[in-house]
Design a protein around this ligand. Sequence first.
Ligand code: ZN
Length: 133
Amino acid sequence: MSVSLNSKGYYRAMAPLTDKQLEHFQASLESLREELGHLLAISSQASDVVILDQSRVGRLSRMDAIQQQQMSQASRAAYRQRLLAVDRALALLSEGEYGWCVTCGEDIDPRRLDIQPESVLCVSCQQLTETVV
Ligand SMILES: [Zn+2]
């Protein structure tokens, strides 16, 4: 069994993920990246439309239009944040650091990565950041 040291200084008996799993997560991340880019492109058009059409929104009241625009801005912020996370995960992947928690160095459960391939924190570290916020 070979022991390796990752850039965080943690000794590793072996990589947490197989090459096949890494390939799978890389593909998921890349399609997620594409999808988010697409969503951002669509939603940017949507928020433009609200601004331009505010004088003739028909049955939509001005408040509805504003609310809709705020929602679209909120989801755009979420898409952008997720896109950053995806880029970060892809960078970790290319450095061979993917699958380890960036905070504590523990392995991230592959089932977690299946649901959220952009995860760079293990469940306990994620929970910590959520309780802080
Ligand atoms: Zn952790």
